[in-house]
Design a binder for this molecule. Structure first.
Ligand code: ZN
Length: 402
């Protein structure tokens, strides 16, 4: 089994090693070395990246107890120099150690145990076994950061299984040999195979960015160290944009956003009222015009309104049709030439026409699609040129039955 240098010294990023096996992993060339500083993905912490000779290390995984380095090209040399990507390693150390401290702080503050840990490419999460309040969350965050700023030494020890159990440590399942313990002096001790800094101070800062109820417990999302700085910068940039959009200082941003939202809701209500009034006026005018153009019709004949508009959205057309047929016994055959050709047909309650059938026949003329039921049907097509013919045909069908 290859010697894992990161277990004893996570700061050693360069090393020389011999290739002991060449294999394939996921269609890529891969090697096993006699010793390695590359961390293989496990326990919620992703793998290290870097270089082996001229080859880029794309992934590092455990396979049958060996550390397998997956490469972007085959490696022919017997001896290689490995270089672990420092930024990625430091980032993982900050997130992982921050996780240990935050998890312990949640035990202290809320008696909440961590049951899952995931170190993602942007955010790190822990799942707690119970619900925690916002106050407990802020308390745990404060406590964990105090431990960071005290710069407590972090040590790694190897204990026998019996020793670990005697100290009340939760030993991992399926482990028979020595248990590796990561100890943040006087605060937290726990079995872990990950890479950790030599001092809590190197975590920098721990910032919780979100909390959500998850499977009866809580999922806590956080960032540490450099990621916290980057996350703060992103939020700052976003806030500055909002400050510009709302023309309000940061402290008044929430109030300004609320005010804008209230004004918008008021405007929308007002616009709906104005539209209803305008459509009511249009409906009365169209009905009067239709009655005027059909002087021979008896008083009991429903009024037939046929009208075409430019650029009306189908929603407004439908509201107008509904208003017309509500005011008096009437049939409304309305069309709009907008981006497409729109049609809305309607009749008053109790009139005998097959409105969906009329629409279907009209749509065939304009090459469109649509439908409806009972007294209202609407549709649209791509041929606004044929709207006139389609309306005339429908009007003729209505008149024939009236
Ligand atoms: Zn750990």
């Amino acid at each position: 089994m290859s010697e894992r240098l990161f277990l004893f010294d996570p700061y050693q990023l360069e090393f020389d090693a011999s290739v002991v096996a060449r294999l394939e992993h996921g269609g890529r060339p891969a090697v096993i070395l006699d010793r390695t500083a590359f961390y293989a993905e496990s326990g919620g912490q992703p793998w290290d990246e870097g270089m082996l000779g001229e080859a880029r290390v794309l992934a590092v995984v455990e396979r049958d107890g060996e550390v397998v380095h997956v490469l972007d090209r085959p490696l022919s040399a017997e001896r290689v120099r490995g270089r672990v990507d420092a930024d990625r390693r430091i980032d993982h150390m900050q997130q992982h150690h921050g996780q240990h401290l935050l998890s312990k702080a949640f035990v202290e503050v809320a008696a909440a145990r961590t049951i899952a840990f995931h170190l993602g490419s942007e955010l790190t999460t822990i799942d707690l076994d119970r619900a925690v309040s916002l106050e407990q969350l802020r308390g745990a965050e404060r406590r964990a950061n105090e431990i960071v700023w005290q710069g407590r030494p972090v040590r790694v020890e190897a204990l026998s299984l019996d020793e670990a159990r005697a100290q009340g440590l939760a030993t991992p399942d399926g482990v028979s040999g020595p248990v590796r313990i990561v100890d943040a002096e006087g605060f937290d001790r726990q079995p872990c195979g990950g890479t950790h800094p030599r001092s809590t101070a190197e975590v920098g800062v721990i910032l919780v960015v979100s909390l959500e109820r998850y499977k009866g417990g809580t999922r806590v999302c956080f960032v540490c160290g450099r990621r916290a700085l980057a996350a703060f910068a992103r939020r700052q940039e976003l806030l500055e944009r909002l400050v510009g959009v709302f023309s309000a200082p940061l402290e008044e941003l929430a109030a300004a956003a609320q005010k804008t939202q209230d004004e918008l809701a008021r405007s929308e209500r007002q616009a709906r009222g104005l539209l209803a009034r305008a459509l009511d006026g249009d409906a009365r005018r169209l009905l009067a015009e239709a009655r005027g153009s059909a002087p021979g019709a008896s008083a009991t004949t429903p009024t037939l309104v046929v009208a075409t508009f430019d650029g009306w959205p189908p929603g407004d057309l439908r509201l107008l049709a509904q208003r017309i047929v509500a005011l008096e016994p009437a049939v409304a055959l309305l069309a709009s030439r907008a981006d497409k050709a729109h049609l809305v047909f309607a009749q008053s309650e109790g009139l005998p026409h097959d409105v969906p059938g009329l629409l279907k026949a009209a749509l065939e003329r304009i090459g469109g699609r649509g439908g409806g039921r009972g007294n209202l049907a609407q549709g649209g097509g791509d041929d606004p040129e044929s709207l006139g013919e389609a309306l005339a045909q429908a009007a003729a069908a209505v008149k024939a039955r009236s």
